[in-house]
Structure formats: C-alpha cells, structure tokens
Design a protein around this ligand. Structure first.
Ligand code: NAI
Length: 398
C-alpha cells in the first residue's frame, strides 16, 4: 500500500477522496516542515501533498528515493524544484482552476460596488458623512464589461456579467470561442467602449504594465478598472495619477507589484487612502469552496497517477491522458529523452516473451514517459531486465 503524507492542513476532501479510492495509509502533519523533520516525515512516502510553505528542493528530493508524485494543494508550484523533480521521474500536480468561480464572483461584486460608488459612500459613512447623492451611481444592467484575457477566469466573469444584464466585450491575443453575448474586439476598442474593464491575463514579461498610462487614457472618465490577475499588469503610478485627475471613476485591486509576505509586514501602496479604490489582500481565489475544490482536484490527480500512471495536467512532466488499468500489469517508465530507448525496451519485452497490449509514450524536454500494458503477471526478477537500460530514470510496476 502506497504511503501518502499530507502537510500544511490540506482540506479534508483530500483524505476523503484518497481513502475512497483505496489509499488508506495517510499521515497528516498540520504544518509546513523543513530540514530533518521534513525528511523524517517523508521517508518511505510514495506521494506528498503540500501547500505553499513546504519547500521541496533538489536536495530534499534526492534524499527521498521512494517518492513518486508531488501534489501542490494550491495554484503556485514555485515551492518545488520542478526540473529536479522531473529529472527524478516525479510528476508535480496542482489545482490551477479550482478557484476560478471565486475570482469571477468577486469581480462581479466589485463591478457593482464601483459603479454604484459604494466604496466612497462606505468610507464617508465611516467618517460620519451621510452622502445620499445619486450622481455618478449606475446600475450594471446594459453597461459594457471589457475583459482583457478571455481564459478560464475571464470567460467565467463574462458568463456571470451577462446574467446581470451586461454586454461583454473581450480582448485576447488567442482566438477564443465567445460565450453568450461576448464579442472579441481589439484591445483599444475594448478599453474605449467599456464601463468596467477587468484584467485576467497571465503574469510574466508579456503583460508587465499592460495597463500603462497610454492605455488607461483610452478608458472612459466614468469607467472603473478591476485587477485580480497579477500585480505587475497595472502601472500603479499611472493609475494613481488617472484617479487623482478624475480621468477614471474608480478601481478595485486584489494584486500588487509588491505584496507583504505575511500579516506582520505593512502593505504599502500609493492607492491607500483613496476612497474610490477597493484594495484587497490577494484573496480573489480564497474561499472555503476553492479550498474544498483544491483538496479534491489534487487528490484525484494523485490517485490517477498512483493507480494508473496518468500524468494529464502535471506541470513538469510529459502528459499522458487517463487510461483505466484493465490489464494485469502496467509498467511506468521514465527515461532520458534519447533515440532508441523505446526500441531497446520493447526488444526486452519480446525477448522475455511478453506481449505488449498497449503502449503510450510522451516526451517533454529531456524526459520521456512510457506506459506499457501487458496482460500477464510480471515476476519481480524480470523488472530489472525491463528497467535496466542506462537511460531509464525510474521504472516500476503498478
Ligand atoms: P488562463 O491562462 O486560463 O487565461 C489567461 C488568458 O489571458 C488566456 O486566454 C491568454 O490567451 C490571455 N492573454 C495572454 N496574454 C494576453 C495579453 N497580453 N492580453 C490579453 N490577453 C492575454 O488564466 P486564468 O486561470 O484565467 O487566470 C488569469 C489570471 O488570474 C492569472 O494571472 C492568475 O495568476 C490570476 N489569478 C488570480 C487569483 C487571485 O487570487 N487574485 C486567483 C487565481 C488566478
């Protein structure tokens, strides 16, 4: 039975899913571990589940020869040395889409609050000012929502926006199927036509300061900007200037170029103190539901890998789609991506009189991954022959 260790208070859904699928040897540690304590806890484990505070470095992975899979029960995977894991034949899984709905709901809420000027009314009420003025307060119905980045979250925001009566326009450099009333437009057109502009692009060099002074200047004076994607996507100084000069009606930001690493660190931003700006501490995807979804999604990926060798959606590994194991023996073989590895491996099967029923191969960079199905039992002593080629990194029977 494969031992699985779950650190950092992973949602109970994970344990439930694992046990329902026959993985009952589960050890849980409610906090992040490091150093010798981490190595002690993970000795003999086939899989480990972590969140963002446990660091699985190349040195840690080297000390854990039995580890076959890593589940990051979160979105980010920076805490794992992905390349070192791949080179040791260990796929890493995460849950990139479990919090899509949480982000989308927050964006719609912010759009409604900003168009009604609620942040300002709220701030004034806290200061004892009773401002009942309707000027500049609008319904979202029949207004235009502009989505920059029509991916998982962007498309979901579009669906919710249409259900409250908004017209949806979007810009995405990739061709995307428009859902509902959504229509693609060039970026400048989306910015010029929208009453609410919301950003759902990836981070990285391609989107740094995507919303710079020039693009902010294309937006209507009455429009608002929402960013729950990545902090670097908006030029904060340019946004601050546009808000200060009344060239934008408001903004909601959930992500920032520099974010405090913990509650103990002060949050610094030029936008602090602006009544028409909603500031939230990167909680767009932080809901109980998202945590529950993450628990189930990553547990399912671990079960599929340990039970059938499936690597679909692994972040560092050749991806092989799920094929239920309906044969007696399935051999998982991770090898260096070199010419002739499969030919040599298959020659060994033939030499041992083993008939291959099905075989799936995928490569990614320096790694090749093959799943081979054989409809008879393979004695353990034959495995050393099947797995003996010099290019083999990891090879075992399930
Ligand atoms: P996704 O990869 O599904 O969608 C991103 C879309 O942006 C893709 O369709 C892509 O073609 C498009 N895109 C790329 N470059 C672009 C550009 N220059 N202009 C316009 N579109 C561009 O990503 P997903 O899952 O929808 O996430 C979107 C963002 O939300 C990511 O940056 C992610 O890190 C962030 N996020 C934030 C959370 C929070 O707590 N605030 C939680 C979850 C995700």
């Amino acid at each position: 039975m494969s031992k699985i260790v779950l650190l950092e208070k992973i949602h109970p859904n994970a344990v439930q899913y694992l046990t329902e699928h026959g993985f009952t040897d589960i050890e849980q540690v409610p906090r992040a571990l490091s150093g010798p304590a981490l190595l002690d806890a993970l000795q003999g484990a086939a899989a480990v589940g972590i969140r963002s505070n446990t660091h699985l470095t190349a040195e840690v992975l080297q000390a854990l020869p039995s580890l076959q899979a890593i589940g990051c029960f979160c979105i980010g995977t920076n805490q794992v040395d992905l390349q070192a894991a791949a080179m040791r034949g260990i796929p890493v899984f995460n849950a990139p889409y479990s919090n899509t709905r949480s982000v989308a709901e927050l964006v719609i809420a912010q759009a409604i609050l900003l168009l009604r000027r609620i942040p300002e009314k709220n701030a004034k009420a806290h200061r004892g000012v009773w401002d009942k003025n309707a000027q500049g307060a609008y319904e979202v119905r029949n207004k235009t929502l502009g989505i920059i980045g029509y991916g998982n979250i962007g498309a979901q925001v579009g669906i919710l926006a249409e259900s409250v009566g908004m017209q949806v326009r979007y810009y995405d450099p990739e061709s995307k199927l428009p859902l509902g009333n959504a229509r693609p437009l060039p970026l400048a057109e989306v910015l010029a036509q929208s009453d609410v502009v919301t950003l759902h692009v990836p981070g990285g060099p391609g989107t740094v300061k995507l919303m710079d002074g020039a693009r902010l200047a294309l937006m209507k004076k009455t429009a608002v900007l929402i960013n729950a994607s990545r902090g670097g996507v908006v030029d904060i100084e340019a946004l601050d200037a546009a808000l200060g000069e009344g060239r934008l009606a408001g903004a909601a930001l959930d992500v920032f170029p520099t974010e405090p690493k913990s509650e103990k660190e002060e949050f610094i931003s030029p936008l602090r103190g602006r009544d028409n700006v909603i500031l939230t501490p990167h909680i767009g995807g932080s809901t109980e539901e998202a945590q529950a979804n993450i628990g189930r999604e990553v547990a399912e990926k671990l079960v599929r890998f340990l039970g059938a060798g499936t690597t679909r959606s692994a972040v560092n590994f050749p991806e092989i789609a799920h094929q239920a194991k309906e044969v007696v023996s399935r051999i998982l073989n991770v090898h260096r991506n070199e010419p002739g590895v499969i030919a040599r491996m298959n020659a060994e099967y033939a030499a041992l009189g083993l008939n291959i029923v099905a075989q799936h191969l995928q490569t990614k960079g320096p790694i090749g991954y093959a799943i081979t199905d054989v409809d008879e039992a393979i004695p353990p002593e034959l495995m050393s022959k099947l797995c003996g080629a010099p290019a083999v990194i990891r090879c075992h029977l399930i």
